[in-house]
Design a protein around this ligand. Structure first.
Ligand code: BTN
Length: 317
């Protein structure tokens, strides 16, 4: 989105503003203001021309402009109706030096899950990847995934869906199934960096928002906000809330891990975790910064930093 359009959206957030004042503030002609206002209207931001000037009367679109209007977080939105993978696009932007950009798509045609698994992204989902460049060591990267899981969980709860988190980063609803619930959202975090410093992170949640579970692979054991609520959610608001929460949480990563514990349901479960170094089985007793699951095994406590986690039964049963 052009910088002038972003500046126009920011100016309109404060209430009615007249064309000449907008032109002066943005440093463009009145004709250019009019063209940008037309573009906002086409993108679903309802701008009316009143006696007091231009005013936004509603937003009913899902677009870069619609998400940017009223967003209380410093992310530039790059919106696509269709893209291969928002994470792939985020990686390209990051390699070109971008920071604090959120790539949003209505549909993805080549999306990826963790460990190169398939991820199906029909139109209607919240397919999002956030590029940021935190000044932290690579070992702290998992905390950003946990922060994103908290942000998504809160946005889902605000939408009326009782979401919770399974370690490390699956957002689930309900009980049962192989996962101990049905999957609403997964998160793929990718990074580049040196031994002691992250260069960039691409944190990519895929949230089944206005998607029918029948349009997702049956083996995914998935649900959606649409299925849980019975009616579609306003994805613009969901994306805004995710970005606003994530922005707050990334400022205090230790606090983010504590917040994660409020929504996480893995602690207190007998678990089997398939890690790159082998299977770890025992009682999950805690989560430690930057996101390690502490499993009490027959041989003592083990800190697991990555892996697929299966809940076997509640501890003590
Ligand atoms: C998982 O549970 O395996 C993680 C799934 C992550 C999917 C999201 S959708 C937005 C972003 N773009 C991708 O290609 N993948 C992530």
């Amino acid at each position: 989105m052009p910088a002038t359009r972003r500046a126009l959206l920011a100016a309109l957030t404060d209430g009615p503003i007249r064309g000449p004042e907008l032109a002066a503030r943005l440093g463009v002609s009145r004709a250019a203001v009019w063209k940008h206002v037309e573009a906002l209207r086409a993108a679903g931001v309802d701008v009316e021309s009143t006696d007091d000037g231009y005013v936004v009367t509603g937003v009913d679109g899902y677009s870069g402009e619609a998400i940017t209007y009223g967003l209380d977080a410093p992310f530039q939105i790059e919106y696509h109706d269709t893209v291969g993978s928002t994470n792939d696009r985020a990686r390209t932007l990051a390699s070109d030096g971008a920071s604090d950009v959120a790539v949003v798509a209505d549909e993805q045609t080549a999306s990826r899950g963790r460990l190169d698994r398939e991820w199906v992204s029909p139109p209607g989902g919240v397919w999002l990847s956030v590029v940021c460049r935190p000044d932290v060591p690579p070992a702290h990267a998992p905390a950003y995934t946990l922060a994103m899981a908290v942000a998504v969980t809160r946005a889902c709860r605000e939408a009326g869906v009782d979401a919770r988190i399974k370690w490390p980063n699956d957002v689930l609803v309900g009980e049962g199934g192989d996962r101990g619930g049905q999957k609403l959202c997964g998160i793929l975090t990718e990074m580049e960096g040196e031994a002691d410093r992250v260069s960039w992170l691409a944190v990519g949640p895929g949230l089944n928002a206005n998607v029918r579970p029948a349009d997702l692979p049956p083996e995914a054991g998935a649900t959606s906000l649409l299925a849980e609520r019975g009616d579609p959610v306003d994805r613009r608001v969901v994306v805004q809330r995710i970005l606003e929460e994530f922005d707050d949480l990334r400022d205090d990563l230790r606090g983010a891990v504590s917040e994660w514990e409020k929504y996480g349901d893995t602690v207190g479960q007998r678990v089997r975790v398939d890690t790159p170094g082998g299977v770890v089985e025992g009682d999950a007793v805690g989560v430690e910064f930057p996101g390690a699951l502490v499993v009490e095994t027959d041989g003592g406590p083990v800190r697991v930093t990555a892996g697929d986690c299966e809940h076997l039964r509640p501890t003590g049963e």
